[in-house]
Design a protein around this ligand. Structure first.
Ligand SMILES: O=C1CCCN[C@@H]1CCCn1cnc2ccccc2c1=O
Length: 485
């Protein structure tokens, strides 16, 4: 199947579903909200994981793996905030034909799985900081419209859970991790995000405060949470009796953080960069950065051309570039161009008889379609420069597009107009829960009620006299159940 049936700016939802399938990232599954992640998606996940895992190891995180299952009474331990999430919890009630004595929950997140053991492991200040990270799947049986990568009933993530002797250390780590999430999005996925603090209404109810990186999808005019880094305060230490004896022999409760990013990040990247030819991959996360395609002529020396493709791929791979070739003879060059454009490969190299004769190759960029002939002598350097240019261009284009959607407002009328114009709104914000709930209620409409995304750490000047003590907050048309992590 070649070419897209839907155009991104006409039928965004259908376009997205088609791109993730045609690019061979996703296969739909016969259970709603569940998807098969194929190599083209998993290799992207693994490239991000390689970066993130190396960075948290520098922060002394240790790898763990906790069980998928949690008992009912332990899960109910954080009942105060879980009641909001209870409908999403999936339960195992039988094995074979027989019922289990007590139903067992499948982890929707792992606080209640881990923290009874943090309580057991932490006795003295010498046991702190405790730094635990796991890469796993979680299950949340949501009912709102399922979307590959963005909202699924099972997804992959990493969840970090740390414990410190004091709040200062916890506060510092929250921001260190948030910066890593910004780097994942901006340096790897080429997606601009805003760092900020969640409102009391939108934060993780079980925690003290939540910080997040927020992305924006111009096509839908909606913000989307990219990743979260929470300071839990001593709330869970109280619930699970996680205490330590400090240097003076006094027993104290620990200060905890928890943080996650998920496979949703892949969907945000697809939505940001994809076009009407399909996926457009930032080179940093492209499983194949350069595809070499043979362009045989009727009586040309196909063996020589294939040999040139082989050696081009070899030379590129030797210099750390992820290159592959498509010299299949049962597909035309044109078919191959469309196929690899659909998969979003950043660079295509074409090698035909005249390229061979002139000791050059033709390089075509996926992001802007530019074609250039380069001598094979300079191949590796030129390819590296082009890949770097594509990475920068994708980020710059996405940033300009996102910034063009930002609307600074200072009145209710401006706010509602901006909301209906699918804007990312920057508004003076009082950060009062009642006001936030009232705004949500008053903006319920076909575009979805307005939801605050965050109070950005970077604040523009606030004109005198505007009601706010927290600076401006970003809001946009809501995506229900936006918070994946
Ligand atoms: O974000 C994170 C980062 C990673 C660790 N967990 C925190 C908070 C998760 C909040 N949450 C989100 N959905 C849930 C769904 C069912 C039960 C409980 C929950 C739940 O506690």
């Amino acid at each position: 199947k070649l070419g897209m049936a839907y155009r991104k700016d006409d039928n965004f939802g259908e376009w997205y579903s088609e791109v993730v399938v045609n690019s061979e990232m996703i296969e739909y599954y016969d259970i709603s909200g569940c998807y098969i992640l194929r190599p083209w998606a998993m290799e992207i996940w693994e490239l991000m994981k390689e970066f993130f895992d190396a960075e948290i190891k520098k922060l002394k995180l240790k790898p763990y793996y906790f069980p998928l299952f949690v008992t009912e009474n332990v899960l109910q331990k954080e009942k105060d905030h879980i009641e909001g999430f209870a409908p999403e919890v999936a339960w195992v009630t039988k094995s074979g034909k027989s019922d289990l004595e007590a139903p067992i929950a499948i982890r929707p997140t792992s606080e209640t799985v881990m923290y009874p053991y943090f309580s057991k492991w932490i006795r003295s200040h010498r046991d702190l900081p405790l730094r635990c990270n796991q890469w796993c799947n979680v299950v949340r049986w949501e009912f709102s419209n399922p979307t590959p990568f963005i909202r699924s009933r099972e997804f992959l993530w990493q969840e970090g859970h740390t414990a410190f002797a004091n709040k200062e250390e916890a506060d510092e780590e929250v921001l260190q991790i948030l910066e890593l999430y910004r780097r994942i999005y901006e340096e790897f996925l080429a997606v601009p995000v805003s760092k900020g603090r969640k409102s009391e209404v939108e934060k993780f109810a079980g925690g003290l405060y939540t910080t997040s990186v927020e992305a924006f999808i111009p096509n839908t005019g909606r913000g989307i949470q990219g990743a979260t880094s929470h300071c839990l305060g001593q709330n869970f230490a109280k619930m699970f009796d996680i205490t330590f004896e400090n240097e003076k022999g006094v027993r104290e409760m620990v200060w905890q953080n928890s943080w996650a990013y998920t496979t949703r990040s892949i969907g945000v990247m697809v939505m940001t960069h994809g076009d009407d030819k399909g996926l457009v991959l930032p080179p940093k996360v492209a499983p194949i950065q350069v595809i070499v395609i043979s362009v045989p002529y009727k009586d040309a020396d196909t063996t020589a051309i294939k040999g040139a493709c082989e050696s081009t791929v070899y030379t590129l791979n030797q210099s750390g570039i992820r290159a592959d070739q498509d010299t299949r003879e049962n597909y035309s060059p044109g078919w191959k161009y469309s196929h690899w454009e659909m998969k979003g490969v950043p660079l295509r190299i074409e090698i035909g008889p005249k390229d061979l004769a002139n000791k050059q190759v033709r390089i075509v960029r996926r992001d802007n379609g530019a074609k250039v002939d380069i001598p094979v002598t300079n191949l590796v350097e030129d390819v590296k420069v082009l890949l770097d240019e594509i990475q920068k261009n994708l980020f710059k284009t996405a940033q300009e597009r996102r910034d063009a959607c930002v609307q600074v407002v200072s009145s209710w009328d401006e706010f509602t107009t901006a909301l209906n114009n699918k804007r990312l709104i920057l508004a003076p914000w009082c950060d009062e829960e009642e006001v936030e709930k009232d705004v949500k209620a008053r903006t319920k409409g076909e575009l979805g009620a307005a939801k605050t995304l965050c109070t950005p750490f970077e604040q523009p000047e606030l004109p005198e006299g505007l009601r706010s003590d927290e600076g401006r907050s970003k809001a946009s048309g809501a995506e229900r159940n936006q918070n994946q992590a």
